[in-house]
Design a binder for this molecule. Structure first.
Ligand code: TYD
Length: 131
């Protein structure tokens, strides 16, 4: 499986403006149990730095931009998210980091499960030991 899995969403906009619709198990490849969003991220701050044992997520930069670093323990790849019609799949056991948030960045994340701290691997050495 490739490190960077981008999902393109259909534009449903017209003369009035843009509209994008996301549906579980259709555009988003799992049941959506949780939605959260990051905004007003301070200059120079990077977030993430963890992997999940079971959680799947899709992150969408609905406004502004940020840079994603994805790492499967063998390879790393980066992508800039800057389009509201594009999501990145954060699959299980993918170490991920978010950098270079623009001032106006709103990063929306759809998650396949409720928040569960025990699903996180927050130590990189532990992550390498699990893959
Ligand atoms: P954290 O995991 O540090 O965010 P990230 O690693 O993606 O930068 O989350 C910050 C805090 O918010 C932490 O105390 C856990 C809590 N939290 C929830 O309670 N529910 C959630 O859905 C998320 C994502 C975080």
């Amino acid at each position: 499986m490739s490190l960077i899995n981008l999902i393109q969403f259909k534009h449903l906009g017209d003369d009035r403006g843009e509209l994008i619709s996301l549906e579980q198990n259709q555009t988003i490849p799992f049941d959506i149990k949780r939605v959260y969003y990051l905004f007003d991220t301070q200059k120079g701050i990077a977030r993430g730095f963890h992997a999940h044992k079971n959680l799947q997520q899709v992150a969408i930069c609905v406004k502004g931009s940020c840079r994603f670093l994805m790492d499967n323990g063998h390879n790393k790849a980066e992508v800039i998210l800057d389009k509201p019609n594009q999501g990145i799949l954060i699959d299980v056991m993918q170490w991920h980091e978010m950098h270079d948030f623009s001032n106006d960045c709103v990063l929306l994340v759809l998650a396949s499960d409720y928040y569960d701290e025990t699903d996180y691997i927050r130590n990189y050495e532990d992550f390498l030991g699990c893959i």
